[in-house]
Design a protein. Structure first.
Length: 508
């Protein structure tokens, strides 16, 4: 398949978003020119090269006036096209290679622009919220968090981290109203953000111009707005219109999607976790700074830090990320429990000195089960205990502020919120294994690998995921049934042999 045929096949089978077709054509044209061949005649032996070689080729032949962003976009388009060709069987498969710390980018390069300074077309969140709208939103979020509130349904009550997610969604809707719809920011109210007319415009813009398809994030935003309209604003007409949207076109977002394009094995994810550990054997062999830091941790008085500007908080952050990824491979909790996990409350030592994990009641997605309080309890993975104790005693104190109880903390010190944690998992695995895997997808990967090795053991999956057997059957029935025919044939062969033997005995 030539380079041009590869592109035409991807377009014809709708594997590319409409907004990506024209840039992809341009990227293919530039790439063929760099290779010095016609895309119609360019064969895989010429254009299907490893990503490091592709990057070097593009940088070597790119025009001098191209910006860093132009180079990055070109590389992204070409990498997507080549990966798509391998996934669809048009190109020879290539093993997933875990990248080395040697490939780490040391800080921003020339031409880099901070995310918050990008134009509204790329980042549409309203950065500075109007005072009146900010006060209205905060009043609603405080109402959601109160322990008891007359007239408020229990389902509306939210935790602090959930309120941060709702707030971010509202800032996006406000940014769309100001940057795209050109509404005056100072006059915006919470009622305006829930107006079905604005929501309809947002959905159209999201699908047609931004993402090309409805997404779970879009559906979640509508859920937040419907709850606000129904229970806070008491705008039942607005609430009904938003509910109709959720039951209509956006209901397809719940359909099962093909996740194989974002799939890594548990072993590969664990390898990424080991790779991001900043004092792993490879880094200690290659980096003088890493060796000096390790010696400093053992004997601070004898070995000073590599330089006065060396800050160990970044090392502490990556130690936490490494532990979190490897923990999720072994105990695939929901990311809410990862974000909320606290020392001595959810992660603690029992009377025998073993590290244990415990969540119960409202701390879980389902608070009550089988007529009683729902509980999830398990031992912390034994093989990770040394890494946990190192993180808790040496690294986490460098991130945590006084009184902070959360186990996993971001690079600034506070606990993670939902979107950053999802992005962290996807970006980290993409950076080192070239496939972005979210924390929640690890649950699917665990269930899939487990059921392929132990077909039919729904109870084992349910126990590890904290689900019921019924939920496992609902989501993984295709895996539970994969060997059903073979087991039935084996059963019948044995049953028929027994029947023949009994028949022969009676004749004798």
């Amino acid at each position: 398949m030539t380079l041009q045929q590869l592109l035409d096949a991807a377009i014809a089978q709708n594997h590319l978003k409409p907004t990506r077709v024209a840039p992809m054509r341009t990227a293919v044209t530039h790439y063929a020119a760099m290779l010095g061949v016609d895309p119609v005649e360019c064969l895989p032996a010429v254009y299907d090269v490893p990503e490091p070689q592709l990057t070097a080729l593009v940088h070597a032949h790119a025009p001098a006036e191209w910006t860093r962003r132009t180079l990055t976009n070109l590389l992204n388009h070409l990498q997507v096209l080549l990966r798509l060709g391998r996934e669809r069987g048009w190109l020879e498969p290539r093993d997933t290679v875990v990248k080395s710390w040697r490939d780490h980018r040391d800080g921003p390069k020339e031409g880099w622009v901070p995310r918050h300074e990008l134009p509204p077309k790329l980042i549409y969140r309203l950065q500075e919220m109007p005072v009146s709208l900010e006060q209205e939103i905060q009043a609603y979020l405080q109402w959601c968090q109160r322990f008891a509130e007359p007239g408020r349904p229990h389902s509306v009550k939210k935790r602090a981290n959930s309120c941060k997610t709702v707030y971010q969604a509202l800032t996006r809707m406000a940014g769309f109203a100001v940057h795209v719809q050109h509404l005056p920011a100072e006059l915006l109210t919470l009622r305006d953000l829930c107006d079905p007319a604005l929501v309809h415009a947002f959905i159209s813009w999201w699908v047609e111009e931004r993402r090309g398809t409805p997404t779970p994030g879009l559906r979640n935003m509508l859920i937040y707005l419907e709850v606000i309209a129904r229970h806070w604003l008491k705008e039942l007409t607005f609430a009904k219109a938003l509910k109709d949207l959720l039951k209509g076109e956006l209901a397809v977002v719940d359909a099962v999607r093909d996740k194989q394009r974002r799939w890594l094995s548990l072993a590969q994810i664990d390898a990424v976790g080991q790779t991001v550990y900043p004092l792993n054997p490879t880094r200690l062999h290659e980096s003088w700074e890493a060796r000096t830091i390790q010696r400093h941790l053992v004997d601070p008085t004898r070995y000073s830090l590599p330089s006065a500007s060396c800050d160990l908080t970044l090392y502490a952050y990556w130690v936490g990320v490494s532990l979190m990824l490897r923990f999720l491979v072994r105990r695939p909790l929901r990311q809410r429990n990862i974000r909320d996990m606290q020392l001595q409350r959810h992660l603690y030592r029992d009377h025998e000195g073993r590290w244990r994990i415990r969540f119960s009641g409202e701390e879980l997605k389902v608070a009550r089960r089988d007529g009683g309080v729902n509980r999830y309890e398990c031992l912390f993975p034994e093989d990770l205990v040394p890494w946990l104790e190192e993180y808790v005693t040496i690294w986490r104190p460098r991130l945590a502020t006084a009184g902070e109880a959360d186990v996993f903390l971001n690079s600034k010190g506070p606990p993670f919120t939902a979107n950053p944690l999802t992005g962290l998992g996807a970006v980290t695995t993409m950076r080192f294994a070239r496939v972005g895997v979210t924390p929640h997808l690890i649950r699917d990967i665990f269930a899939t690998e487990y059921l392929k090795q132990y077909p039919g053991d729904a109870a084992g999956v349910a126990k590890r995921l904290g689900n019921t057997i019924q939920v496992v059957y609902k989501h993984y029935a295709h895996l539970l049934d994969q060997a059903a025919d073979a087991r039935a044939d084996t059963f019948l062969q044995g049953a028929l042999r027994d029947g023949d033997s009994h028949h022969g005995t009676r004749q004798a």
